[in-house]
Design a protein around this ligand. Sequence first.
Ligand code: SAM
Length: 205
Amino acid sequence: VEAVRNFVVVGHGVDPEGDFTLNDLCGGAGRLDVLLRCVSTAFFLSHGIRKDVELFLVLGRGPKTVRFRAEEMRYVNPDERSTGALVRNALLKRLDGTGEKQSSPGIHVSRRSFEEVVSQLPSPIWLAEDGEPWDQVLPEVAKGPGGPRDLTFVLSDHHDFSKGEEAVLHKLQARRVSLGPASLHSNHCITLVHYLLDRERAPGP
Ligand SMILES: C[S@@+](CC[C@H](N)C(=O)[O-])C[C@H]1O[C@@H](n2cnc3c(N)ncnc32)[C@H](O)[C@@H]1O
């Protein structure tokens, strides 16, 4: 069994009730395009999908969380618009209470907050430009006594984390890790994380 790679991406501008049009993903939808690129980057390979991945889109204006689970996913394609439609359908789903509902195979929606989501995931790693170097931290956290550990990478969208979100990450003692000095797009960070962990798993050229 491979270690699971969880990604938590916080979107600060997206309407949590799905009140936006798919014709304006980069504008009126609150930069949902940024989050959708994270979805396709996290799951899709050239010919296939990564089965060992779970991704949580947490909407800061919620609380609302859309969870994608690779093993159950159907009808998810790499393009932004069709994934945008699946996210919108999830947000439009009626929710009573705090439980999770499935809106399409492998896509689940709930009123869970950032804190509720991250506190239930293993080994949170807060990706930040000015964090500790990856090469120093990852060997420490990625391997447990029984083999590779499940990890959780937490990133923000085009905005910084809010003060409240930062407080949650401090409270949960998330390690702050940098992928280098440049400020990268969220989905590019996901590509690098996959690359670095893949290389660890099967050192190659
Ligand atoms: C586009 S960046 C955030 C933008 C920037 N903080 C700003 O407001 O101009 C999106 C997210 O990617 C992650 N990120 C970007 N560059 C990174 C790097 N060099 N190392 C680690 N994480 C990075 C961080 O989690 C960041 O919140």
